[in-house]
Design a binder for this molecule. Structure first.
Ligand SMILES: [Zn+2]
Length: 242
């Protein structure tokens, strides 16, 4: 049984390193602000060409979580490369939502052409699990875990092959100026995925974060997409980031 710490935010990725690349700066910043943050990797991400074993990848993931300063990292045993949106995978994730009771869930968004199709499946599994978490009269699948209503779901993107082309509807930029380097250090923990010949990835992450930040008048940012229009009760804070 997982320890039952309650979390404010849970981010879900298909593989260890998805959350770091897509929203690592945001997660690190939220943790700095005192929120309790967790990551769920639906698979262990293995095998991959340069990683010696699943245990080695898990070690990298733990090191990355520690860099980000988050409270919890969970790796489910769903299969890498053949992750599918099945009833069982939805239940497996929803169980962790019921255990850790996040207010906000970060969900992978969109297809990643030329990269793993697991990402698209992860999006569908996460959306379904957010819903399954709240359904009553389902003890045969959830035992005594109480239902849990997740208040908000937001999407993050991996932006493979520079798919980002400006802010779209319901998107907003989260300021990661103070945690961009932390994000990069967390990604660097995955030496098996980013060996020295791929060091260019760090410049790309920096350039992307700065371009996204610039679009909102910030130094560096990550794009998040809400499922509904966002409201405001503090115009100065919203418009001036003051
Ligand atoms: Zn991935």
């Amino acid at each position: 049984m997982e320890s039952e710490i309650e979390l404010d935010v849970m981010a879900v990725g298909a593989h260890p390193d998805d959350c770091e690349i897509g929203c690592g700066g945001t997660l690190a910043q939220l943790a700095r602000q005192g929120l309790r943050v967790g990551i769920v990797d639906l698979t262990d991400g293995e095998p991959t060409p340069n990683c010696s074993s699943p245990a080695a990848r898990l070690q990298e993931a733990e090191a990355a979580a520690s860099r980000l300063g988050i409270q919890k990292r969970i790796t489910l045993d769903l299969p890498n490369r053949r992750l599918f949106d099945t009833f069982e995978s939805r239940i497996a994730l929803a169980r962790h939502f019921r255990i850790h009771r996040p207010k906000i869930v970060f969900c992978l968004e969109g297809k990643t052409p030329t990269a793993s199709p697991d990402h698209w499946q992860a999006m569908q599994i996460t959306e379904a699990a957010v819903f399954y978490s709240r359904l009553s009269k389902w003890d045969e699948h959830f035992g005594r875990l109480p239902v849990h209503v997740i208040s908000r779901q937001v999407y993050y993107s991996l932006f493979y092959e520079s798919q980002w082309s400006g802010i779209g509807p319901r998107q907003f930029v989260f300021d990661i100026t103070d945690t961009l380097e932390t994000k990069i250090e967390a990604v660097k923990c995955y030496r098996s995925q980013f060996p020295p010949e791929k060091d260019y990835i760090y410049d790309r992450i920096r350039s992307m974060a700065n371009a996204i930040g610039l679009s909102a008048g910030l130094q560096s940012g990550e794009v998040l997409t809400a499922t509904t229009a966002l409201g405001s009760r503090n115009l100065l804070q919203t418009l001036l980031l003051s």
